[in-house]
Design a protein around this ligand. Structure first.
Ligand code: AGP
Length: 604
């Protein structure tokens, strides 16, 4: 959940580290710090709060640029956000930055205290640094290998040794870490945006591989300490993709990138009018008798939508589960099961563990992910990448839409392979799906109306979403978006469930967003709207243009074009994302970096 970066080369290192951390701040922003080699010694500076606080501290003090260094931006897990717990941590022999959790740090700490070590911070990371220090007898590689052999948990480490001012060391397990390659300079980073400004070439480190990063070259050692040759990868993102492009926030930029993200993810997979998935064989899909879809947060909500589409079209039972629950409830697997793990970042710890549990039980696994070469797709049997480009804002938007598009294509494909639909129907559904980006473009033009409506309700402290069927699944995503960036308490309810209890929460003036995009449910949803209106609710109805009654029974409306109810969540979610965005802006919230959150949750 933290962001780490490292650099060695001719550029002013402090500037490169700060620039890299700026690109990684979406991964955590509780504190920041850097260590740089200057004047034959390692100097370290760190600060509670945002990167800007660290920059101020650097400018106000005596600080030398240096030409080798490591940096960190933190999402606190062990020890509150303060200067002492901020990274880097270390000793007189070494300094390191860490992303992940050392699960057995307390027992290691006790052992080290018995060896005379004392500790300043509450962090597991300081224990890691002192453990390496304990094993360091002059050979950094040996010390690193010996230390990681004693550690349980996840880590991505960037390490500097005082005795070796010409190199950085990097090692990872479960947490992401790349090595950026260039001619006379090299980098380490948690994610590609941190290095894109300087290079598109990189290595992906595998578990417990150690990289020795020098100015003029990188050597990678395997877990059994032998030199190995890595495959060089090229990032297919450009720096602009990692910039705001003139928008106020990454979130609003990424909301407006959805038409392109959808066509980039859908169109390359349409062949002879139907979906085809590279590297996923029809035979494997044909053998699927039951599906599990797991994920966290927004990814889980995309899975819920997949369940509706796949069960409706392909008549294959789908069990949708939150990854953190799935992995501890001993799922009852059967022959013909396949487990799909949906994840934007490809690094979410609970989703990774859920996929590993499935593999351990011999179940075929498929990953749907947006980050090339991230852990979950790398370990899955099958992979379907979404091509939304980098998603920087913590609140996931375009990733949700492209995940839905993959679920729809998979539903059409499975339905065809299971002869639940004929070729003509498959082509008609696919053709409608390929045009959905145009409908999304129309809805994004409702921007101003949605902004005005949001500002009307900006002072509410509670807000409810109601819907039936696909609309209920969409309401859950709408509610999460609103909660995570505007801090308004909101809940999504199955509209028919309200009268069984929760309608007691509806009082005078409480806003209720009612979703009605499926004609066969208009009447039922209409009754539920009248129920909450009768208790004084202010109803904002998001509906397709064919729900004529909406105008008479709602206080405000968001009208989207009529289309196949199965696909309406794609334009529908854009309305809810924009509503949440403008609510958060009207309430002065930090939209891209909401409190207490981080972009990819790489710890349990
Ligand atoms: C959504 O806006 C949140 N950022 C969060 O719920 C996210 O969807 C969840 O952490 C899963 O992340 P992933 O898709 O990268 O696995």
């Amino acid at each position: 959940m933290c962001g780490i970066v490292g650099y060695i080369g001719p550029r002013p290192t402090t500037d490169v580290l700060i620039q890299g951390l700026r690109k990684l701040e979406y991964r955590g922003y509780d504190s920041a710090g850097i260590s740089v080699f200057a004047d034959r010694k390692i100097q370290t500076i760190k600060s509670k709060g945002r990167l800007a606080d660290l920059e101020k501290k650097i400018k106000s003090g005596i600080w030398q640029q240096g030409n080798i260094g490591i940096g960190h931006t933190r999402w606190a897990t062990h020890g509150e956000p303060n200067d002492v717990n901020a990274h880097p941590h270390g000793t007189s022999k070494l300094m390191l930055v860490h992303n992940g959790i050392i699960e057995n740090y307390l027992s290691l700490k006790e052992k080290l205290q018995k060896k005379g070590y004392s500790f300043d911070s509450e962090t597991d990371t300081e224990v890691m640094a002192k453990l390496i220090d304990f094993y360091y007898l002059g050979d950094p590689l040996e010390a690193i290998y010996d230390a990681i052999s004693k550690v349980r948990g996840s880590y991505a480490l960037g390490i500097m040794f005082a005795d070796y001012p010409d190199r950085l060391y990097a090692v990872r397990k479960d947490s992401p870490l790349i090595v950026g390659l260039s001619d006379d300079e090299n980098f380490i980073a948690s994610d590609i945006p941190a290095i894109l400004e300087y290079t598109k070439r990189y290595y992906l480190l595998d578990t417990n591989e150690v990289a020795v990063v020098k100015k003029d070259g990188v050597t990678v050692y395997s877990p059994d300490r032998t030199v190995i040759q890595k495959n060089e990868l090229i990032a297919n993102w450009d720096t602009e993709a990692a910039e705001k492009g003139g928008y106020d926030h990454f979130m609003i930029k990424e909301i407006h990138e959805q038409p392109k993200a959808l066509s980039d993810t859908i169109m390359p997979r349409i062949s002879s009018g139907i979906p085809v998935f590279e590297n996923v064989s029809d035979d494997d899909l044909k053998s699927v008798k039951r599906l599990w879809i797991v994920g966290c947060g927004t990814a889980y909500h995309a899975g819920l939508m997949g369940k509706y589409a796949i069960e409706k079209l392909a008549k294959i039972p789908v069990i949708c589960d939150i990854a953190s629950e799935y992995r501890y409830r001993s799922p009852l697997f059967a022959d013909g099961d396949m487990v799909i793990t949906i994840t934007q970042s490809g690094e979410t710890a609970d989703s990774l563990a859920a996929q590993r549990l499935s593999k351990e039980n011999g179940v075929r696994t498929m990953a749907v992910s947006n980050v090339l070469g991230s852990s979950i797709p790398r370990e899955a049997d099958d992979v379907i990448y979404t091509w939304a480009g980098p998603e920087i804002a913590v609140a996931s938007t375009k990733a949700y839409s492209v995940q839905l598009s993959v679920m729809y294509m998979l539903a059409i494909k499975l339905a065809l392979l299971n002869q639940q639909i004929d070729m003509e129907t498959a082509k008609a559904l696919t053709s409608e799906l390929t045009k959905v980006d145009d409908i999304v473009k129309i809805v994004l033009k409702m921007d101003r109306h949605i902004k005005e409506t949001a500002e009307k309700y900006k002072d509410c402290e509670d807000l409810f979403f109601i819907g039936r069927g696909v609309d209920y699944a969409l309401a859950q995503e709408g509610s999460l978006k609103l909660k995570e960036i505007s801090y308004i308490h909101s809940e999504a309810y199955a509209a028919g469930e309200l009268k069984h209890g929760t309608i007691s929460l509806i009082t005078e003036g409480v806003p209720v967003i009612a979703l009605a995009t499926d004609p066969k449910l208009f009447e039922k949803t209409g009754s539920n709207i009248k129920e909450v209106k009768a208790r004084g609710a202010k109803v904002i109805c998001l509906h397709t243009e064919d729900f004529e009654e909406a105008h008479k029974i709602s206080d405000d409306e968001f009208v989207i074009p009529k289309m196949n109810p199965l696909f309406t969540p794609l334009p529908g979610v854009c309305v809810l994302q924009l509503f949440a965005y403008y609510m958060a802006c009207a309430r002065g919230c930090d939209v891209d970096k909401p409190r207490n959150l981080a972009k990819s949750v790489t710890v349990e």
